[in-house]
Design a protein around this ligand. Sequence first.
Ligand SMILES: Cc1ncc(COP(=O)(O)O)c(C=O)c1O
Length: 392
Amino acid sequence: MVVPSMFRSRRTPSGGGVFLEMDAAKAEARARGLEVIDLSIGASDLPPPSEALQALKQAIDDPATYGYCLKSGTLPFLESATEWYFRRYGVWLEPRQEALCLIGSQEGLAHLLMAVADPGDVLLMCDVAYPSYFGAARVAGLEAYLMPLGEGLLPNLWAVPEAVARRAKAVLLNYPNNPTAALASEEFFVEALKFCQHYDLLLIHDNPYLDQALNPTPSPLALPGGRERVVELFSFSKSYHLAGFRLGFALGNARAIESLEALKAPIDFNPYLGIQCMGMAALAIPPERLQADARIWAGRRSAMAAALAEQGWEVPLPEAGMYLWARLPPGLALDDLQFAKALLAQTGVALSPGRAFGPGGVGYVRFALVQPEAVLRQAALKIGAFIRSAEG
Ligand SMILES: Cc1ncc(COP(=O)(O)O)c(C=O)c1O
């Protein structure tokens, strides 16, 4: 008989795994006096819009913002979110029924899975994926079915065995992607919607990186049939560099949004009103400002890929995102975790080992380009020297 351990449910994820190991390794490197160049966490280093910070400062001086914020209090924020979506994708959503305020998209996703699926249901997700998806599936008691990535770093949904798809409740996608930085075309999403219609699934699109592409990226919610099948999650962490403030929103299918709202009701009271004011000011900034940031990310992607190539490591150059995703150079007797730990211990450069993103990531590393180009070049020089010493 299996005796469950005290104070720990079967759904509680087991620790932070690889990220905790890397965190300890970073602390150890710093304690030894090494200067750490941290390219392991996707926390943007760019400045938030000053209007957003100003709006928050103003709110703090207004005692009317200090209380609990119930649903009706979020309406101005939800209206600005749906107006933003209309400006962006040309589809009007009903703010009261098709939008919900989130404490970041990570919170939204974990609760959405609990709200729309029952323990034992299957969640179709990609191998590799943002690590919190694995924990979120587990907390919701779901069985994660991992779809391998094929051409274009996209999954082939129709390759999911029919018996598995019939047990599924939702498909979880994320483009532009973390960790691969891959993009998905509109055609891909049209096909994904067809698949979801065929098996009666909810299509969840986690979309925090939409502003890190030079050209507009598709939103499945805006496609024909999207409002019947899609919930899309948006975040202020990557577009507006406000990760620590914890703000996001969900848009999409009214029934799924209603379930999410009902599930969250006994758990939280929405973010502080001042943070919502901050978000409204951020959503109002002109698109040119977002484009300027997108060019910074593009410049960093090119600079880092070129600097690594100079060191003899050719890595794919993605068209979007704040990451490079690369197979380890051939001929090294190190796996991705050993590589990341030894690189950190010897040079202070911290990367994420690919296995943190799923079994498909073994043998890969992810670079988060959250440092200026000059620092990225410095990191590439150190990486080159490390690889040569590891080979020799
Ligand atoms: C794919 C993906 N979704 C969600 C998040 C977290 O977003 P938020 O800060 O809004 O919770 C991240 C953060 O790295 C991410 O990569």
